[in-house]
Design a protein around this ligand. Structure first.
Ligand code: PGA
Length: 250
């Protein structure tokens, strides 16, 4: 049985005061609700402030990290630094980072290995562009991203990895994939995990859908067989909406 996992990706939103307002509103509402796993991926400067106030049943994650242990990488954060702030998760390979910050399947793979080495859990993002979708390349693109991202990662490592299927054309556009299409892509990813690892790994790994998820469509997406959670950008920024997203089945 895969535990549903609803995560917020704040991207480059919220200053310290706004983050505090959010956490003080959300934390008491979530502390007794352990049917769903939750995580807020916040800008790195806010991580410590959120970790200190998150309460129970709410986890905090970083949106990115460097794959080297330490060194002359001005402006970057290491896995060790992130772990030392008591952060639980790191988001790796978001399409915005792939498109705007030159992340490749190779660096994504290195980052995942480094995160696991430091006992950080990972959400790995994969997803096709509109052009790739129109050329019927969705399955090829996402299964190749999964395979390359997970190269050299053993089956034991998969217990700390969640995959987020995020079609690029659906992110921040208001265009959600149909629940059937989203489910089909998640199913293909699960099939790939089975061929890379085993049926057991495929069935125990959580696969989220992301791309214009909101309070009005989360329930129908979560009802699909292969969708185990959601990675939510825009709609996760409002306290009430985030609480509703987490309570999608109530
Ligand atoms: P969105 O973003 O919900 O605003 O479409 C999702 C994401 O980028 O993770």
């Amino acid at each position: 049985m895969r535990k549903p996992f609803i995560a917020a990706n704040w991207k480059m939103h919220k200053n310290r005061d706004e983050a505090l307002k959010f956490i003080y509103a959300v934390s008491p509402q979530i502390k007794d609700y352990d049917n769903v796993e939750t995580c807020i991926f916040a800008p790195s400067i806010l991580l410590r402030c959120l970790v200190k106030r998150k309460g129970d049943n709410l986890q905090i994650g970083a949106q990115n990290m460097h794959y080297e242990e330490s060194g002359a990488y001005t402006g970057e954060l290491s896995a060790n630094m992130i772990k030392s702030t008591k952060v639980d998760y790191v988001l790796i390979g978001h399409s915005e980072r792939r498109a705007m910050f030159n992340e490749t399947d190779e660096t994504v793979n290195k980052k995942i290995k480094q995160a696991l080495k430091h006992e950080l859990k990972v959400i790995l993002c994969v997803g096709e562009s509109l052009e790739q979708r129109d050329a019927s390349k969705t399955v090829e693109v996402i299964t190749s991203q999964v395979e390359k991202a997970l190269a050299g990662i053993k089956a034991e490592g998969m217990k700390d990895i969640t995959i987020a299927y995020e079609p690029i054309w659906a992110i921040g556009t208001g265009k959600t994939a149909t629940k059937e299409d989203a489910n089909q892509s998640c199913k293909e990813i699960r099939g790939k995990l089975q061929s890379l690892y085993s049926k057991e790994v495929a069935e125990s790994t959580r696969i989220q859908y992301g791309g214009s998820v909101k309070t009005s469509n989360i329930k129908e997406l979560m009802e699909m067989e292969h969708i185990d959670g959601a990675l939510v950008g825009g709609a996760s920024l409002d306290e009430k909406d985030f609480i509703s997203l987490v309570n999608y089945n109530k």
